[in-house]
Design a protein around this ligand. Structure first.
Ligand SMILES: C[S@@+](CC[C@H](N)C(=O)[O-])C[C@H]1O[C@@H](n2cnc3c(N)ncnc32)[C@H](O)[C@@H]1O
Length: 233
């Protein structure tokens, strides 16, 4: 699930993923209600499946909605946006709308925690080349499949167009079928992230540079933000 909403505080315990939190399954095991928000029915189905395996499905509510307009039945103490997901809100306006909406769904004093990669222009130039990412046998057809990916960067707009395609081959290596998948993504510089949070009304409590709580510096690969909706608006 992409937005994890925990009612009542689970903060002050350690987590394998985020500082100052317990993991989602652990929060649910401690009796905290969890809400997952995703626009994709398929991702929510997978989430439900995994929650059942983890034995926490009875504490889970799933909402199929956009991050910019989901509605909780009560304000949350903690909302997380894991796995660089904020980059799916492609423009600055989209991100601002997402943060503003999340703010409205938090209780006063509630926290927003999310991670975002640190953009590396050199790595981006390397990823612009078409690369063969995988060669595997399709379990359903038995055919060999090649997966290729290329990323097209717009450095000014801070957007990435990810284009991936699979080539399905017959026993002689002749192409039977090619399927493309395309996705728009984006990035934020740390100063922009801070400005967006502060413009929204959040207080920034911490910026970590990785998931082990080391503080953010110029070498950091990640931006892990801990922000708080003030107690009094
Ligand atoms: C990087 S994946 C996160 C992986 C997975 N949801 C998880 O938490 O394990 C990003 C997810 O964001 C969802 N998503 C993208 N844009 C969204 C939006 N505007 N509103 C809600 N969900 C969105 C996608 O469907 C996808 O499941």
């Amino acid at each position: 699930m992409t937005i994890v909403v925990v009612h009542r505080s689970v903060c002050s315990q350690s987590s394998d993923a985020y500082p100052d939190t317990v993991s989602t399954p652990e929060a649910a095991r401690r009796g905290k209600p969890i809400v997952g928000v995703d626009s994709s029915a398929e991702m929510l189905r997978l989430c439900r499946e995994r929650a059942e395996v983890a034995g926490i499905a009875d504490r889970l509510t799933l909402i199929q909605a956009d991050f910019r307009d989901f509605r909780l039945s009560e304000p949350a103490q903690l909302i997380t946006i894991p796995f660089h997901t904020i980059g799916h809100l492609v423009t600055l306006d989209d991100k601002q709308a997402g943060l503003r909406h999340i703010y409205t769904q938090l209780a006063p004093g509630g926290r927003l925690i999310f991670d975002h990669f640190v953009f590396d222009p050199e790595a981006a130039r390397r990823h612009s080349a078409v690369s063969l990412r995988a060669e595997y046998s399709d379990a359903a057809t038995g055919h060999d499949v090649l997966l290729r990916v290329t990323n097209r960067y717009d450095f000014e707009a801070q957007t990435i167009r990810i284009i991936a395609w699979t080539d399905e081959l017959d026993d002689d290596g002749v192409l039977i079928r090619r399927q493309y998948r395309r996705l728009s993504f984006s990035w934020l510089e740390p100063d922009q992230t801070r400005a967006l949070l502060e413009e929204t009304g959040f207080e920034v409590e911490a910026l970590y540079g990785d998931f082990d709580r080391r503080l953010f510096d110029e070498e950091s690969p990640e931006q892990v933000w801990v922000a708080r909706r003030p107690d009094v608006a």
